[in-house]
Design a protein around this ligand. Sequence first.
Ligand SMILES: [Zn+2]
Length: 409
Amino acid sequence: MNKELIVTAGRVLAAPDGAPLHDGAVLVATDGTISAIGTQAEVVQLASPDVDRWDFPDKTVLPGLVNCHIHLAFDASADPAATLRNTDDVALLAAMTERAGQLLDAGITTARDLGDRGGLAAQLRNAIGAGTAAGPRILTAGAPLTVVGGHCWFLGGEVTGDASIRAAVADHAAYGVDVIKVMVSGGHMTPGGAAMWEPQFDARQLEVVVDAAREVGLPVAAHAHGTDSIIACVEAGVDTIEHCTWLVGHPAEGRYGTPDHVAEMIAAAGIYVCPARSSNWETFKRLDSLLDRLAWMDRHGLKVVAGTDAGVTGSFFDDFARSLGLYARAGWSPARVLAMATTEAAAAIGLADSIGQLKPGFSADLIAVDGDPLADLDALGRVRFVLARGRVHLPPAASGSQQHAAAGG
Ligand SMILES: [Zn+2]
């Protein structure tokens, strides 16, 4: 149980596409849910006399951010797989806990971990849920399903055929994963396996993955860089396509295949796309080509959500705001980018009814930032206060500048 608390701010955005509330307030119940939102005049009178009060008259309060694609087990170094190999589970869990704190510092109150080792992300999720560790709400996939020696095989998710796929999905479900991740194409991190543009699984095998996941009530997140792999994902009916790079050859060649009818199928099926781009888009050699593909997906009405692949080389846990700058560069409005990282992201991961907006009954996940993110998206990089399921977290940048008044004490 937390204390009841009230957060007030000069500007409160209940949702990215709504009108801002001026001199707004959010009342948070002891169970960590929002009990009221409105103007300060309306909400303050609903609070109990000894409510904990946090006032941010010159800041914007908005829903906590959602990162749909991270890897807590990776350290963002030049060779995360090597670090992982040399780290035992005890040390790895400690490092993952520290990274979860960095996510909170960046205003991320929910993160979906799409591949770790030994079920450690589930352990951390449970510790955070129980309040014994600080971090965002975590959804975990456990070890991604992959072929023998395939992409990220070292995480422990190798499968060899239909029976093996079904057994792996059942095992994952038994220890309580939130989503099944499958490596449909090759990737960067695994020498010797399929190349990024080549499929590891065909549509029929993927149908087995999706069917097994449906049997245990879990969604499927599919890693797919190549166009052939993306097509297999659509045919099998996965829930989210991760990366969705549309490669048809080695990335250095810069060849992409973007069939309109496939984009139309993704849109019609309501499959979410997470480009999983870190802040290093700023140095990307083929940025124009990436922007073209984003614009093309946009023209076809694809639902694009925010994720960073945090943990892979050069993708850090504390710079979500800079990664979102990619979409601003693509010409998308700040309100839309904010939706990608809140309401739309919540919908993509199955939590549209409890997070992503500030509404009575929703989880009290919110942040206070300097500036107005609807006018200047960079404001998301100036997080001064975080509430995650009603628990206060002060990012390092905020220490000394907090405006906390415990009433009645
Ligand atoms: Zn990833």
